[in-house]
Design a protein around this ligand. Sequence first.
Ligand code: ARE
Length: 585
Amino acid sequence: MLKEAIYHRPKNNYAYAYDEKTLHIRLRTKKNDATSVTLICGDPYHFENQSWQYSEVTMSKKETDQLFDYWFAEVPPTFRRMRYGFKLANEEETIIYGEKGFFDTPPTDDTAYYFCFPFLNNADVFRAPAWVKDTIWYQIFPERFANGDSSLNPEGALEWGSTAPTPTNFFGGDFQGVIEHLDYLSDLGINGIYFTPIFKAYSNHKYDTIDYMEIDPQFGDKETFKRLVKECHKRDIKVMLDAVFNHSGYYFPEFQDVLKNGEQSPYKDWFHIREFPLKEEPIPNYDTFAFVPSMPKLNTENEELRNYLLEVGKYWVEEFDIDGWRLDVANEIDHAFWRDFRKAVKSIKDDVYILGEIWHDSMPWLQGDQFDAVMNYPFTTAALNYFAKDKISTKEFIEEIQHVLSSYPVNVNEVAFNLLGSHDTPRTLTVCNESTDREKLLFLFQLSFIGTPCIYYGDEIGMTGGPDPGCRKCMIWDEDQQNQELLHFTKQLISLRKKHQTFGNHGNITFFETEHGLLYTKSNENETFIFALNNQSEAISICLPMDLQNKVLTNAMTGEQFAANSSEVNVQLDGFGFEVLKVEH
Ligand code: ARE
């Protein structure tokens, strides 16, 4: 066995509390190396005749990526503490692996050889709000969703959809417009809206805040926003706002004060100024988001600023009853701030959802003390490379997806924010080279996967657009211009996800090897959904992965039923075709 590939470390995705009584343990081995892995585990203080007493739990191979297998076991330690190690076997040898290295047989004179999960403290369990698991998000870029009150139009606002979006043009989207289309969103079936920033700012995207306590006047006022939240809640739709705390905008009065008064400004420590006077060229001599001079980085270590931002976090929850915060550039802000932020906002409403914008591996933020989820861009990349761009093989896709799953605890995966695109990326249909067939496969995968899917406004009706700002076109409301078939298809998937727990976020996912096409199942004790997808233009046949003799299969999309008359069932898929079949056990 390749010992160098064997890896475990407690208190992260390899060993964590799933709930107040259950531990999950993972072990990494070289791919296709070990043939069985057993968890050796016991209470650290349980000795008999000076011999440590342990039991053995079989681990199952849960994920496999390009190089490794990940073995998994679930254990409920009676006294909520555990020492543990692993027994790995293949045809050649059996070895024991613990914190102090490798052994031939399990040592029993001392538990110091083993890994330690000291105590399962309830306060440390990662817990996202219960409602999140069943949420289907819809992302709205407020300037471009709907213009419901033209009296609020910013100066020079253009006619809705009359021209392409640029970094600086305005079309007058507002809250009234959103309110008027809430029935459309209810009908679509989504039950959470993520709004990009709505606070007073300079630009059309509002990521350059002027006042965190005010609504941008082009969107409406506080009364209208209150009404919007109420109308959403009436329809069981949650509301999440964007908190831009990494940086302020250029016209944030405190930054203006520093520009004007330099070192004499009482706000100079609210920012990271490298030298006075401030200058922007050739690059700013103060820290910024990227190298953008109009986005000076805020110093969250400054107590006054920190308290101000924590007040902002609380204010919109307390006064407006919002349900979530999406945190912009979350990974560039210190962890201590986010721990305080979590405590502050959850003290007002304990089931507020906290979503960090992080595009990379995010385990340090997902330990239960900071965020409930991150924007799952690694999922996005894998899905687009496979379904939209045809850049990777089925095998590579499954490996990538399983790599993402293996990077986090199961309870974190269950609330991962799975997006296919956003206001920062080209529209999915454009990435699909405008193939609606490919787009449908993407939606089907996203909406049947573990986590919480998010639909970027307009993707459901087939809008196109390149990278920012191309992806920020005005929403198309003329039904003749909308792709009604795609809209109907999206609605159908959302309704299946809501109706069947197994289709949605409560089923175990398993991927199968195939010669062609993608095959996976979602199942619980009562039923299994089988998903067969063909991302190629040629027709294929896929053999279903289970013995279906005498079982009745239901086509989930059409409701048609048929009985399987042999144990081996093949489905024929047209180019870019798919089948979703349900089997009761
Ligand atoms: C403008 C221009 C862009 C230009 C950019 C940088 O339009 O063409 O690339 O400036 O000079 C907001 C606006 C943008 C605006 C930007 C700056 O929405 O239109 O862009 O402000 O004025 C990284 C960060 C991530 C960030 C993305 C954009 O890690 O946090 O870059 N996303 C948030 C928001 C944005 C917002 C800001 C931050 C700033 O969602 O909308 O931009 O408030 C790799 C990297 C990632 C990187 C990602 C995308 O994967 O590893 O770290 O994300 O690519 O570039």
